[in-house]
Write a protein that binds this ligand. Sequence first.
Ligand code: 0X9
Ligand code: ZN
Length: 340
Amino acid sequence: MFVYLMPPFNTHILLYSVLDKEQEVNEELRARSMGRSSISFDHYFRYDEITQFLHGLVAEFPSLITVETAGQSYQGRELWAAKISTSNFDGTKPVILIDAGIHAREWIAPMSILFLIHELVEHSADHPEMLNVDWYIIPMANPDGYENSHVSDRMWRKTMSTNNGSACLGTDPNRNFDFQWQVGTSTSDNPCAITYRGPNPNSEVEVRIISNLMHTVNPKCYLAIHSFGDFLLYPYGYQLYIDNPHTDNLQILGTRVSNAIRARYPHRSYKVGNSAHELYPASGASDDYASGGAGIAYSYTVELTSGGSTGFDPPPSSIQQISSEIFVGYREYAIATAEM
Ligand code: 0X9
Ligand code: ZN
């Protein structure tokens, strides 16, 4: 079981082109010229730093970004929602909904989204094509688990809720969504398993919050950000060979996004396909709920690259590179969503 949860290693040699180097240097110069030397993507942010970062942006760019709480985690941390819009979220533009960090140990996922927010807000003039959509982003969807993975157990994946009759903590939030819950394999009824699905669907408050947003925000496109394995996956993933009415379009858009990344970063190849087929069948995941429960046609799980053979632990020095690469993908999703 555990083996199946570790997507196959990609043994890419990380090649930096001259162009990448140039971009890195420009990025640094630009950051410095903005006078925000405190913001750097050279380390993994803890929950408090994420909170500070988001509120700092609101103070400086109030017409572009607002931050509100989408609700509180089991242990009482806010699930911050960053709303980025050049038209006040007035309903005139299609919306992209993103969550990252629902799996605690996948540290690169929230970092890539903080980098996206940084670009959208602090360098908005460079990305007008990305602001033809409104962004509703939960950069840290499982703050309790995330903090636990920093202070106690680096490989912690689940929430931190207690379980009746067991000393083991937590539910796998990506097995807890209310669509085909408990069906098939890679979902466990054992509270001590890392894929524990919970006593019933939606038992986790973090899952209820995200499920609700899928309905209230009414996005055209939903992205769940995870790591790792270099995949852009689409539903249905609860079982093999279950067709999704939007399969053709999901494959087309995923391919477009993967191609955009490869065109800019030739060494990086995100594979596109049905999640059960490309990775493994797993039920109760957010992408399936977005599709089958909330009726969002364009729903993907992004499994970020680990940039080499480092699994869930890309070195801090590669946060900027991995985030810059997938930024091209997020950009392409935005351009496509604006066309929908
Ligand atoms: O197993 C998961 O929840 C995801 N992979 S991870 O390595 N980040 O844990 C994949 C979920 C894919 N989606 C569905 N199976 N519906
Ligand atoms: Zn994950």
